[in-house]
Design a protein around this ligand. Structure first.
Ligand code: UT7
Length: 317
């Protein structure tokens, strides 16, 4: 049994802030942000928008694309660390918003920027073990709500968004999720962490980050997990048609291109338009390129986030 990706969707908030529209008090510049990160703009939620509204919009788009009706969904997994509520899960709010009344399990996974690949691995496991036939897998975050807007080293990097895919169980196919491996190393918890939480400060806290260390770790783990993926699937770099890495910094992506010696045209970059939308970067990027993905293509997804968590997946379209 395989999990075939049959639908893609994405959602961004209405408000877009370009680099030169950031507050002057931040003492930053379009030049610094563009050169050091590749980011040109970010979207941030406003009134009436939240992680669940973005997740719902992306999910609806993915269901429409897949021509799957909401009540045929029998699993919803949302990768997020910025849900609307401490509980219930954002996945349950999405289930309500989509009027899914069939009682399917709906839950969130917390793996920060690796949330989508973690959610994909969980949903793929449900499908492979015949516990689900149609799964909605969403990556959604609203980091604008947990940023220290006085810390130029972190607040310029992130934005809000959501992306979704629909997975369908299919037998006797060479399409679908071929491989998905997720990892974590908790000894790095302090390197990328919020300054509080429900059981400590009774507030979410704000993002704090050792940027340079995160950068180095991301490059190393992108490359290691990519090599492991190739080895485990008996593939070479030439067998890969597209790479969709987590979008944290274009310089991390360029290092990946250098180390792997992969054609840069095969590597999807959306950070200029979306900034780092945490768990949403990969499904949002997939949504951007959905009309250009033809059949029989091998697509590699790579992620890295707080925890540290990281992961790699191989999808065949
Ligand atoms: O999804 C995972 C989460 N995050 C990441 O993956 C981020 C990974 N890390 C990075 O992308 C980069 O390390 C950063 C973009 C965070 C920082 O870039 P960097 O090239 O490593 O800069 P740096 O931290 O070494 O700082 C260089 C200088 C410093 O000034 P001094 O001490 O040299 O005078 C900073 O104060 O750049 C300064 N700086 C800024 N200047 C203008 C830091 N942020 C800004 C800013 N605008 N926004």
């Amino acid at each position: 049994m395989k999990s075939v990706v049959v639908g893609f969707g994405g959602a961004l908030p209405q408000k877009c802030i370009k680099n030169d529209e950031l507050p002057a008090s931040l003492n930053t510049s379009d030049e610094w942000i563009s050169q050091r990160t590749g980011i040109k703009q970010r979207y941030v939620i406003g009134e009436g928008e939240s992680t669940s509204t973005l997740a719902t919009k992306a999910a609806k788009e993915a269901l429409d694309f897949a021509k799957v009706s909401p009540n045929d969904i029998d699993l919803i997994v949302v990768g997020t660390t910025t849900g609307d509520y401490t509980f219930p899960a954002t996945a349950c709010v999405v289930q309500k918003n989509l009027n899914i009344t069939n009682g399917c399990p709906s839950f969130d996974v917390s793996a920060a920027c690796s949330g989508f690949i973690y959610a994909l691995d969980v949903a793929d496991s449900f499908i492979r073990t015949r516990k689900a036939k149609h799964a909605l897998v969403i990556g959604a975050d609203s980091f604008s709500k947990i940023l220290d807007w006085n810390d130029r080293a972190s607040c310029v990097l992130f934005g809000d968004g959501a992306g979704a895919v629909v997975l369908k169980a299919e037998e006797n196919t060479d399409k679908g999720v071929q491989y998905c491996k997720i990892y974590s190393d908790g000894s790095y918890t302090d390197f990328l962490i919020t300054s509080g939480g429900v059981a400590t400060t009774q507030a979410s806290g704000v993002v704090t980050m050792k940027g340079r260390e995160v950068f180095k770790f991301a490059v190393e783990k992108f490359c290691d997990s990519f090599h492991e993926l190739l080895e485990q699937n008996n593939l070479t770099i030439d067998d890969i048609d597209l790479v969709v890495p987590h979008q944290a910094n274009v310089r991390i992506i360029n290092k990946l291109i250098d180390v792997l010696k992969i054609d840069s045209k095969k590597v999807v970059v959306t950070i200029d338009k979306h900034s780092n939308t945490s768990a949403a970067t990969i499904p949002l990027a997939l949504n951007e390129i959905k009309d250009t993905i033809s059949t029989n293509k091998n697509i590699v997804l790579l992620s890295m986030g707080a925890g540290f968590t990281w992961g790699a997946a191989l999808i065949r379209m």
